[in-house]
Design a protein around this ligand. Sequence first.
Ligand code: ZN
Length: 327
Amino acid sequence: MSLPKIELHLHLEGAAPPAFIRGLAREKSIDISGIFAEDGSYAYRDFRHFLKVYEAATSVLTGPEDYRRLTLAVLEESAASGVVYSETFLSPDFCGGRDLGAWREHLHAIEEAAAEAERTMGITLRAIVTPIRHFGPDKAKETALCAAETAGRFVTGFGLAGDETVGKPKDFAWSFDMAREAGLRLTCHAGEWGGPDSIRDALRDLRVERIGHGVRAIEDLALVDELAERGIVLECCPGSNIALGIYPGWRRHPIGELFRREVKVTVSTDDPPFFHTTMAREYDRLAEAFDWDEGVFRTIARTALDAAFCDPDTRARIAKLLEPDHA
Ligand SMILES: [Zn+2]
């Protein structure tokens, strides 16, 4: 579907085109051939193995210049799918090992690439800083310091990525408090591998306004009603959930029912090449599975823009791109 799209949930390294990572590995004579399938795509068995393959792919990204090129490669893919505004998760863990100076250098390179993409591809990017949950709360504090020091026009949010089954949201409350005080807006992965309680924990203990995934709220209809009433936005990534086996197919994915129950759902790709997806493919599959028409997708894009972690001027500028009569 060629509608203009807003994407809120995208891991920059997870969006790295395999050909880009292979090329970089070749330039640096790093052998990571084991992470690719015969057709050149990323190969993994399950979620744990996916995280390992993901980290191996990420290991070839070793400096700001790599991240500048990565950002351009990723935004090119997004723009080709009709994405006009995107938010990406960035981890100081991968960008400079949580050293503030190194983080600033990486961020500068990424921001430069984003500015170039805005000029040449018409896509706007903002960043959400994420600690990696399975690296633990102490490293998250260092990440929160990096986020707070660089909060501004480009770094606008703070979240939590990584293995959702490790630890509890409240272990990260200190980091989220620091990010909130720095003016960052908050989201957290929950309700993907964890059940409805993981969503309740994130809302209560981290006071986030969006939930990354959150689809397993469907197992508790009282929670579904609460999400609808409070206007909590879900960053749904159906193709990701299906690729990782959380749901057996598109028609069985809860996004249709959540939308029907007036929860603010949005659509994103998470780590698109790992899940053999793109924003255009997500839209096409959802249209098929739920008989959604253009009106539904326009509502979803508008919901996503309203929930975007950007300044009012940027929101107003992007809103014009979503208008039906925009050329
Ligand atoms: Zn994610």
